[in-house]
Structure formats: structure tokens, C-alpha cells
Ligand binder design. Sequence first.
Ligand code: LLP
Length: 421
Amino acid sequence: MDGELRCGGVRAADLAERFGTPLYVYDIRRIEDRIQAFQKAFAGIDHLLAYSVKANGNLSILRRLAALGCGADITSAGELYRARKAGIPAEHIVFAGVGKTEPEMVYALREGIYAFNVESAGELERLDAVASRLGLRARFAVRVNPDVLSPTPHEYTATGHAATKFGVPLEDAAELYRWAARRRNLEARGVDVHIGSQIVDPEPYLTALEAVLRLVSVLRTEGVPLSYLDLGGGYGISYDAGPELNVEALAQAVVPRVREAGLSLVVEPGRSVVGDAGILLTRVEYVKRAGKTFVIVDGGMSDLIRPSHYGGYHAVERVDTRIPRRTEAVDVVGPLCETGDFLARDRPLDVPEAGELLAVRTVGAYGFSMASNYNARRRPAECMVDGDRVTLVRRRETLDDLVRGEENLDGAGVSEAGEDR
Ligand code: LLP
């Protein structure tokens, strides 16, 4: 508007000044609007909005989502810990993942989560053994793999076809329910499907839904009483002005079918809740002309890995456009010692000068949550904007954070999830 980027009601430049760069900035109102849109779209059915914590597990965001009545889709003990700490009730938590360990099962059973989304016969057997040992009943859904190939932008985010590690082949699922029906410590509660991520077409969801509903009716005739259907997540957003999934249209198709079947619904959106509410502010260190023009910034693949890992597109723009610059195709690259360390490649950009700020867009999902300490880089700070109120929601890591756990060791290793459960 006035040539200076704002986040909510706040000048991005002020945030960078106050908290340093690289800096993740989240607009919480946008996140809350997204949740309300989901709630409205699925209002016609008893439903649980199980936000997928892996997209962005920041405690302050989770707390706001908990206050709006969201549950959580988790994939590790760590995500369970985050969700519970943020006040998400255990009975609103579903646990996905192909490799759940025993300590993770113990932790989740003791907390009393809504359901385990079981991904193999071996896992169901282990769950039965752990629940028996604890004298608890494990509620579960089998995650079925409906073998639909959903068009996602990268092969790494397709999960619903036969050649991935996820889920149980549709034809094998009924047998797991039959086996579980004879086990006292297992309680089949629902059926689960998740076909991939960044899907913008409703069609593959509907194909998967029909396949899963056929399974539900077979199980019903055998006396397996299921009460819910979990449709997973993966609802695509727009990174480059392309289409996003029309959640309302999807809901209009899904809700009547699931109601007819007498089931309630779980949905597990991640990216579509937080994705477009986040930007990454990064400062230009150098502009280097070496055949190509490289804009070298202080944020890199350790802060945002999507461009190099998935070829993900993120719009990059200057924060302050009051001084015009010449447009060129540039590579926006980070300081890490990797050729794959880029945020944008061959991108037309008004070439900034050293010291200027850039904003990388649509990084609220799988941005910070995939950040690493590679090259012994300190993970960036995160802040949250609520209208014109600003809160630091994660401080920038320090040099001491980097070596924490490597000094003054008393020789005792700690087993996973074992230290506090
Ligand atoms: N439910 C399950 C079982 C999942 O595996 C996922 C994501 C979700 C829900 C949430 O999906 P979403 O609504 O966020 O698309 N790191 C990749 C995305 C990986 C998604 C993994 N599973 C990326 O940056 O594109």
C-alpha cells in the first residue's frame, strides 16, 4: 500500500528490527479465520478438527487453536507433548505414523487419546500387547491405503497410492478389524485415510471416501461398530496464485455421504490452517554477480527447506519498495555450504541492495517445523502478530542451545519419551 510490507497491523521492518532476522512471523487472525472457515464448512456433521501439529507446532499457535476447540493430529511423542502442553484435550488427539514405538504407545494410552491410526498388522499387535500390559483399552482406526494417486506437486507428498509406506491395503484392512474384535484391550472406533498433501482437486478425496465407505459397510455387516471416519488432511493452498482446494465444496460433497453412513467425521488439516499466515523475513547480506545474480540472504535451507527439498515455490518480495530497483532474474540463496541452499531460483525480483529486507511468503506450514541446525545454525525466532499486538513466541536459539546435551555428560542415555513419562 504505502510501499512497506505489513503483517497484521505491524510494519514488517519493525519486527525485523526488534527480533532480528531470519524471523518467522505468523498472523494469528488469519489462522483463526481459517479454523472458523473449516468449522463452518463442516458444521452439518458432528466433527473433530484435528489440526496437524507437524505443519507448525508452536505452542502459542496450538494454545489459540485449543481455545477454538481444535484437536490435534500427531505423529510422535514430541507432538503429543506439545499438544497436551498447549491444552488440547487428549480425547481430541489422533496419533498417526508408521513407526510408533512402545514408549510412544504407553504415553498416548496413559494420556487417553481419541484414537491410534494404525498403519500395519505389526503395529496393531504391539498396541494390543502394550494396552494389555497397562490394563487399558486402546481405541483405534485402521489407516487404509485406498491406492488413489492424487496429483500432488512432488512425489514425496503423495501417500495414498500402493507404493508408499503408509496405511494398510484396503483388501487387508477388514482382517485387522476382525482380529481386533477378539482382543479385549482393543476397541475399533473408526476408519482413517490420508491420501497426500497439497491436493487442490476434491476428486481424489471423493474416490478415497467411497472406497472407505464400502469397507465400513462390509465391517458393519460383520458386527464391527465403527463410529467415525477420518478423512486426513492435505487440503492444498495457493503458493503462486494458482488454485487452492475449495474446502467448502469438498465439505458439501463429503458431509452428506458420511452422515448417511451414520458416522462422525475427523479432518486433519495442517498446511491449509497455517500456511499462508506465515512469512519469513530475511536480510540481504550481499548481492553477488557471478554469471548469474545471487541475492545472498541470512536465511537458508536450514530455516526453510521446502524449496530445496520439494522444489517448493515461495514468493519472495522486498519489504520496502519505496525505492524502485531494476528487475532481474536472480537466485535468492542462503549462507549454507550447499549448492541446494536456495529459497528461490531464476526468480524475477527487483534486485535489492545489501541490508534490505526480503519477505518469503506462505511459510507458516512446514517452515519452522522442518528447520534444522545444519551448519550449526541457530534456528530463527518466531513471532506472532494479532492485529497490532506483537508477541515473541519462540526466541532465537543461542550458541549455548547448540551444544546443549553435548557437555557434562554423566554417561546415562535417556530413552525416547522415557525421560518425562
Ligand atoms: N494427516 C496426516 C496423516 C498426514 O500425514 C499429514 C501430513 C496431514 C494430516 C496434514 O497434511 P496437510 O494438511 O498439512 O497437507 N513437508 C511437506 C508436507 C508433508 C505432509 C506430511 N503429512 C511439505 O512441506 O509440503
